[in-house]
Design a binder for this molecule. Sequence first.
Ligand SMILES: Nc1ncnc2c1ncn2[C@@H]1O[C@H](COP(=O)(O)OP(=O)(O)OP(=O)(O)O)[C@@H](O)[C@H]1O
Length: 395
Amino acid sequence: MFLEVDQVSIRYPRTPTPAVDAVSLQLQPGQLGVLLGPSGSGKTSLLRAIAGLEQAQSGSIRLDGRVLDGHGMRIPAEERRIGMVFQDFALFPHLDIAANVGFGLRGMARAQRAAVVDQMLALVGLPDAHKKFPHQLSGGQQQRIALARALAPQPRLLLLDEPFSSLDVELRERLAHDVRDILKRTHTTALMVTHDQMEAFAVGDVVGVMKQARLEQWDTPYSLYHRPATRFVADFIGHGVLMEGRLQQPRQDGVFEVETAAGRLRSMTMSGKDPDYHGYSEYLDNQPRQSHQLHQDEVPENPPGAHPAVIDILLRADDVMHDDASPFKAQVLRKSFRGAEFLYTLELENGQQLLSLVPSHHDHDIGEWIGIRLDVRHLVTFPASHRTQNLDADV
Ligand SMILES: Nc1ncnc2c1ncn2[C@@H]1O[C@H](COP(=O)(O)OP(=O)(O)OP(=O)(O)O)[C@@H](O)[C@H]1O
């Protein structure tokens, strides 16, 4: 591992609870990590501790095998060779772009420094910006320069704190993809903080979700979406709802069925050799009856003795298909146009709300009843809460 954060806790003076509580995460060389989470969950504090701007009260931080913080050691920030990019660009307004990018290269011979500046400006797609001043550049261009400046001294690790948050939405997404591309081309190991899930997915090889000082999950974007470890992660990532299901007594062959208000799902645990896949779920009530693979940890591990047991099933907007032929009907409560698709908020007869992504040529009116079919490829379940929950009530 290149970056190893091990059980790090950070507590500010005169505060009752830690800002970061026993957080562990790792990055391989060249890997891009992203910390995602609501305001105040501790993302910036952790980044600052890695940079050396805050001290970890317990735990340790290592970079390339060397302890930066912990075990009674503390390397000062300026000796860590860690670069930072902040949301407010922080370029020097009175220096031209070449001087801004070359700022961290003082001590390098003039010609060499000029060559690195040229190389960095080309890397961020602004090869002719040398003589301009920051105020002559757009927000997106300034942030590219901030990135060039941070990369010029070849930091061992780059930290980015909400680097796109002061840019407009369209630019953010484009710049996020560009930044990932630039960091990959330079084999930079980086850790970025953001509030924005789309940005996290656009940049991160691995993404962590923080909640109240704790890291709830540190995983690939795919796993965070399809295999959320906690209800909070299920809620924070993507659109979805939790729907109550009644788990029937497993049959002798290990198959069990879950009855829901929108149809019945079938699951089967298998002791197959493939460590990843242990079963499948099959939607029983509609054609086509495809079988889908199901991860074992998505099946309730010990189906409770009392059956039918009540569980909550995560249904993503892309698990709920519109199908005129289906016997299961839901009423359109809200819809939001997204270009290629509508995100429909639907309600079943029993009051259960669902979200459904539907190609936008299926333009149904509010109040209309439409057929739906579940297409659950990854059955994610949680022990039932006291009430069913709509994870995205405000869409
Ligand atoms: N210098 C400080 N002194 C005291 N408390 C602080 C200090 N900096 C942050 N905190 C507190 O620590 C907690 C975590 O803050 P932090 O800024 O790390 O969260 P964050 O997830 O980065 O939030 P945001 O997304 O809003 O930047 C918050 O409760 C915050 O109020």
